[in-house]
Design a protein around this ligand. Structure first.
Ligand SMILES: Cc1cc2nc3c(=O)[nH]c(=O)nc-3n(C[C@H](O)[C@H](O)[C@H](O)COP(=O)(O)O)c2cc1C
Length: 303
């Protein structure tokens, strides 16, 4: 199992010590041309996670390659590629392909104006596949009709892996003014609220395709990481938690180790897909059960 950051949630240039604690550093999404992103306010907090409407702010592929990439030396770099058309993705992948320092490419297929329907996903992944031999991960959002079908389209297009999941659209209001907190109104919701959504997406895609999966969405503890492994993720990425706790990679690694041991898994790989193997459901005597800490007290379980 590798531990990565989720794209856009860590700046390796300002926090190199955090990036150094990961098995690979995923860049913020890079587009063909520089983008300033959306006007502020671009980030807001809610009770169940974080909203962002950064708007793909990035230096563009030229400056990324000439100024940013050289400063990431020593890290295993996964470059996140984005755009507004298949041609944009092809342009970014083509340029990245020339650089040995880029270990893998993650296609952010949840960009504005990009239709995440299976036909477009297959076309975009297929076109990117033609210009690079680097490992290609298709990053999908769970806000599609059927994520398993989208995953099959990515596989058919030639993806080497999946990154699941991207944010889901949400909105929060200022409690006094009743105006949206973000200047743009809605934004991408990340953090704890995404956890069950990510579990469902990884669970469905694990059954649908053979591709390795990087699981992400609200991971804040070793237990959260274990659950994503159990539904089928092979690797784990940390996003929103890194804003609150830069020490999360070290903490989550050690918590995960304890969780794996408590469940009798000698190696993280043994836990991958455990939720799909009912024969494992017999309660392990060494199991440390914390109780359902996430259940809201007022939920009527009898219902
Ligand atoms: C501030 C912020 C910026 C993000 N920027 C990107 C991005 O540039 N590209 C991308 O693919 N995902 C981006 N994401 C989504 C994350 O990579 C991740 O998929 C999502 O936040 C779910 O993980 P989490 O709940 O652990 O944060 C961003 C998320 C946040 C919170």
């Amino acid at each position: 199992m590798r531990l990565l950051n989720a794209s856009g949630c860590l700046d390796a240039l300002t926090a190199p010590e955090v990036a150094a604690g990961l098995d690979a550093f995923v860049t913020k999404t890079v587009t063909p041309r520089p983008r300033g992103g959306n006007p502020p306010v671009r980030i807001a907090e809610t009770e169940v996670g974080m909203l962002n409407a950064i708007g793909l702010a990035n230096p563009g592929i030229d400056r990324f390659l000439s100024e940013h990439l050289p400063r990431l030396a020593g890290l295993t770099v996964w470059a996140s590629a984005g755009g507004f058309s298949t041609r944009d993705y092809v342009e970014v992948c083509d340029r990245l392909d020339e650089h040995e320092e880029v270990a893998a490419i993650e296609l952010n297929l949840s960009c504005p104006n990009v239709d995440e329907v299976p036909e477009s996903v297959e076309e975009t992944v297929g076109a990117a596949r033609e210009v690079t031999r680097k490992p290609l991960y298709a990053k999908l959002s769970a806000a599609v009709a059927d994520i398993a079908e989208t995953a099959r389209a990515a596989e058919a297009g030639g993806a080497d892996g999946l990154s699941l999941v991207n944010t889901i659209k949400g909105l929060a209001l200022d409690e006094r003014t009743l105006q949206p907190l973000l200047a743009r109104g809605a934004g991408g919701l990340s953090g704890p609220a995404l956890r069950p959504i990510a579990l469902a997406a990884v669970h469905a895609c694990y059954r649908a395709v053979k591709l390795p999966i990087v699981g992400m969405g609200g991971v804040a503890t070793g237990r959260d990481a274990l659950e994503l492994l159990a539904v089928g993720a092979r690797d784990i990425a940390l996003g929103t938690i890194l804003f609150a706790d830069p020490g999360a990679p070290t903490r989550i690694r050690s918590e995960l180790e304890a969780e794996l041991a408590a469940h009798g898994f000698a190696h993280p790989g043994n836990a991958v897909g455990a939720a799909h193997r009912p024969e494992l459901s017999t309660l392990n005597p060494r199991l440390r059960v914390n109780g359902k800490k996430y259940l809201h007290k007022r939920i009527n379980m009898a219902g």
